[in-house]
Design a protein around this ligand. Structure first.
Ligand code: 4AD
Ligand code: MG
Length: 465
């Protein structure tokens, strides 16, 4: 007999038909005559109720039906007698594929803390919450590919192993096959990479942007979507050492076009979630965050507020003058902390904010320099509850200005000669940005810790699973 997925059972509702479902037991309850099993197969947040007549069921087999066990069930689909569910299966036979000892199975019925669930990340996809989060994660990935594909962007694959530091922030993980117990050094004490795998020092990439720019200068509009790595030792609810980033890069786009693309993009993703993940979002809204659905809808409806960094700083300084307390000092030239970003978004403008034209000192070497000599054509999108969700800019297309800025910021020309070549041969105005996939998921799911929107988080001192 062919198995039917539980999600299809709920949409097709073949009442009166004999069906076969397979899944994991969430709960079992009942009395001496009858047992009710809630079965879930991961295809939907909904469980199907299995009704077992204990007069005919094998008693020994029934003992094996405990929370976490895996079953195959055959029976007739009927309209449910009890409240709480529409349909249920009158079990005629079942097979236990795998037992789960109640003494040791870590996911019992009671609610577990998110911290505890992180310690059992290999099993947490079996909870309602993580089932919902990971289904939404998949749907967001589809939304992203659709958005760009519909607009004629090409999905471009950039390397994960690289010898250049895109952001110039020195937060890279080294990649080596050298024997760390027996490192060869030259007379100055420097490590000799000649005999290393790549014949030079190599690392995991912090961004695919530089290579995406090469592609944009040939294919017009491209995007990347892949893992990126940052060895920043920040143990916060918004940082991962391994995260996924989406980086569109578009020839001939100026900063205004870039902002428009970014705003359309995020709104498209949020709308996609509302349209395609209704059950899962409703669950998360009910269980974790009663404002979730309202917040998602509100972002689609409003125009993001655009202002310059300098204007943003004035607002923050004024807030401080009026008694607002921030943990970190704020002044022109300072990088905004999450608390400042959230003040602008949640308290002052009450909508997403696009902040532009940051001081060049706190931004990367590749950003287009403004005529004032102080600021660059950067844009960060700040979101409620998240802070920075997107970082991007118009790129410096002038060879001399770019080479000089790279030099000033300590990015060696020998590492990026190929990048500089785009400015020597057929350079053009162009722009792009990076969306942190997990930051988007934080927003869409309402989860409060970034460790809970990626299956197996990588953070300082943690690489289990
Ligand atoms: O602002 P960032 O560092 O920008 C870049 O990497 C550019 N190369 C992007 C571009 O213009 N193509 O990072 C972009 C986004 C941030 O806005 C944030 O959403 C996310 O990536 N991000 C992180 N997400 C999780 N953990 C971290 N450690 C992150 N660092 C950045
Ligand atoms: Mg940034």
């Amino acid at each position: 007999m062919k198995r039917i997925r539980i999600t299809d059972l709920f949409t097709q509702k073949p009442i009166g038909e004999k069906v076969n479902v397979k899944g994991w037991v969430r709960t079992k309850r009942g009395n001496k005559q009858v047992a009710f099993i809630a079965l879930n197969d991961g295809t939907t947040i909904k469980n199907i109720q299995i009704v077992v007549d204990l007069a005919t069921a094998d008693e020994e087999q029934m003992k094996l039906v405990t929370t976490g066990a895996c079953l195959s069930v055959v029976g007739e689909l009927v309209a449910s007698q009890g409240g709480g569910q529409e349909i249920e299966i009158q079990c005629s036979e079942f097979e236990v594929y795998g037992t789960a000892d109640p003494q040791t199975y870590p996911l019992q019925k009671k609610g577990h803390t998110m911290e505890y669930l992180r310690e059992i990340a290999h099993l947490r996809p079996r909870t309602n919450t993580f089932g919902a989060v990971f289904r939404i994660r998949h749907n967001m990935a589809m939304a992203i590919h659709n958005f760009f594909h519909e607009r004629g962007f090409f999905y471009f694959h950039t390397p994960l192993i690289t010898a250049s530091d895109c952001e110039g922030a020195g937060q890279m993980f080294q990649v080596t096959t050298m024997n760390l117990y027996d490192l060869k050094k030259d007379e100055n004490g420097s490590i000799m990479y000649d005999n290393d795998f790549f014949g030079r020092q190599a690392s995991l990439t912090v961004s695919g942007q530089l290579e995406a720019e090469l592609a944009a200068m040939a294919l017009g509009a491209v995007y990347t979507f892949g893992p990126t790595f940052r060895a920043e030792n920040s143990n916060t609810p918004r940082h991962l050492a391994e995260f996924w980033m989406i980086e569109p890069e578009v020839a001939f786009n100026e900063i205004e076009d870039n902002m428009e693309l970014a705003e359309d993009f995020i709104k498209y993703c949020v709308r996609w979630a509302l349209d395609n993940c209704a059950d899962d979002l409703q669950f998360l809204n009910d269980m974790f965050d009663k404002e979730l659905l309202t917040r998602l809808r509100s972002v689609i409806d409003v125009e993001f507020k655009r202002l310059t960094y300098t204007e943003g700083i004035s607002i923050l300084e004024e807030a401080v003058a009026n008694g607002k307390k921030f943990e970190f000092p704020i002044f022109w030239g300072a990088d905004l902390a999450a608390e400042h970003e959230r003040y602008l978004v949640e308290e002052y403008f009450k909508r997403p904010v696009i902040l532009t034209d940051y001081p060049k000192e706190i931004k990367s070497f590749y950003m287009k320099q403004n005529d004032d000599g102080k600021t660059v054509r950067a844009m960060d999108i700040l979101f409620p509850k998240i802070g920075e969700i997107i970082g991007g800019s118009q790129r410096e297309e002038n060879y001399e200005k770019l080479a000089q800025r790279a030099n000033e910021m300590g990015v060696p020309e020998k590492d990026i000669w190929w990048y500089l070549d785009t400015r020597r041969f057929g350079t053009a105005p162009h722009s792009g940005f990076g969306l942190g996939f997990e930051r988007l998921l934080l927003f869409v799911t309402g989860m409060s810790n970034i460790r809970d929107v990626i299956p197996f988080p990588r953070t300082p001192r943690n690489a289990e699973f």
